[in-house]
Design a protein around this ligand. Structure first.
Ligand SMILES: C[S@@+](CC[C@H](N)C(=O)[O-])C[C@H]1O[C@@H](n2cnc3c(N)ncnc32)[C@H](O)[C@@H]1O
Length: 348
């Protein structure tokens, strides 16, 4: 062999996809890629950088919005529900819209402004809805309130925010990155028992004990858990003994539930929802209406309990007997609608 011939390093295969989230998803610039967006929606998915509002028709029929009313959308997100409400208000009255996310809120505000919804009809506030009482000081009592709980598609799809086990990013999971600590630091604070409790209480995780133990063993042996992939790998390893026939599906579900449990903990989602639900009856006018869209049993239980409690107290005149589900058509066309449950209450 001619050792004069220098070893040539093989060029790295760069794959067929562009590398970054921004370049990978054409849909991120909705105005320029309408055709791509329509294709994604037809497949029952949500285009990256967008959020499709759920149960819009059902929510509007519950809230029965009239021009001139004053209302609150407690979870602005991409502004889909907000826009539908603003159309009903028809430039008369006022809508307050909150979101604790300081990254997405300005983008949505700009999008709505471009549609003609300026500060005379819409006030957007980077607030947590637990602080509803502060909003009421400015708005006065409300004709209606909407809360569409949980995370938006934009938050899940952005790897830099760490909400998804599917893409690598820092394990953060904060809806407001200016408040609290990221999930990778939170993991350092919890004992195996506490981790197990968190996985059970926040997500009914059947492998809670095993996953909690693996996380602690990993950390105590000096290995950091700093990224979404670090945590995903631990879940994969913990469940690798499961039968091949079910392993893939079980790992996927446990990963979803573990990330959900951690997200609920990091954002104190049950605490803030409880506080919000306690303040709602005091924020509504007589005959004022509230609608809440939730996405897992823990949330729905809190909403149901609160509505029933104030109904028994005679503060609500009517509450939903049962939760309302999106139509089958909506569930088929939007996979994120499948777990949605809608409840409402009307103040006396
Ligand atoms: C499911 S999305 C709402 C989507 C919106 N209805 C739409 O049509 O685009 C939930 C949004 O609520 C926000 N959020 C969640 N909890 C919140 C809280 N406690 N206070 C304020 N905003 C919150 C999230 O940041 C996210 O943007």
């Amino acid at each position: 062999m001619d050792d004069q011939v220098k070893h040539q390093r093989r060029k790295r295969y760069s794959g067929t996809y562009p590398k970054t989230y921004e370049t990978r998803y054409k849909e991120l610039n909705p105005d320029q890629h309408q055709e791509t967006i329509q294709k994604v929606i037809q497949k029952g998915n949500t285009p990256a950088g967008m959020h499709r509002p759920i149960c819009v028709h059902e929510i509007l029929s519950i809230l029965d919005i009239k021009p001139g009313q004053i209302g609150l959308d407690a979870t602005l997100g991409y502004g889909g529900h907000t826009q539908a409400i603003l159309e009903k208000l028809n430039f008369q009255g006022h809508l307050y819209a909150l979101d604790q996310d300081p990254i997405e809120l300005p983008k949505t505000k700009q999008r709505l402004e471009a549609l003609g919804y300026g500060s005379e009809i819409l006030t957007t506030l980077n607030f947590n809805f637990k602080d509803l009482d502060s909003v009421i000081i400015e708005s006065g009592p409300l004709d209606f309130i909407l809360a569409d709980l949980g995370v938006s598609s934009m938050q899940i799809d952005n790897p830099n925010r760490g909400f998804s086990y599917k893409t690598e990013g820092p394990l953060d999971l904060r809806m407001n990155p200016n408040v609290g600590i990221p999930a990778h630091l939170r993991l350092l604070q919890l004992t195996a028992d506490e981790l197990e409790g968190m996985l059970i209480e926040n997500a009914d995780e059947p492998y809670a004990k095993q996953i909690a133990k693996s996380i602690r063993v990993h950390l105590e042996s000096g290995h950091p858990i700093e990224t979404t992939t670090d945590l995903s790998k631990i879940i994969n390893n913990t469940l690798k003994h499961l039968p091949v026939s079910t392993r893939g599906e079980e790992i996927k579900k446990s990963s979803q539930r573990t990330f959900q449990a951690l997200r609920i903990d990091i954002n104190q989602e049950f605490d803030v929802l409880y506080e919000f639900l306690e303040k709602v009856p005091h924020a509504l006018k007589p005959d004022g209406k509230v609608a809440v869209l939730s996405f897992h049993s823990g949330e729905d239980r809190l909403v149901k309990k609160s509505f029933q409690y104030y109904f028994r107290q005679g503060i609500y005149q009517e509450i939903a007997d049962e939760f309302i589900r999106p139509t089958m058509e909506e569930q088929t066309s939007n996979s994120r609608a499948r777990s949605a449950k809608l409840r409402y209450a009307i103040k006396k």
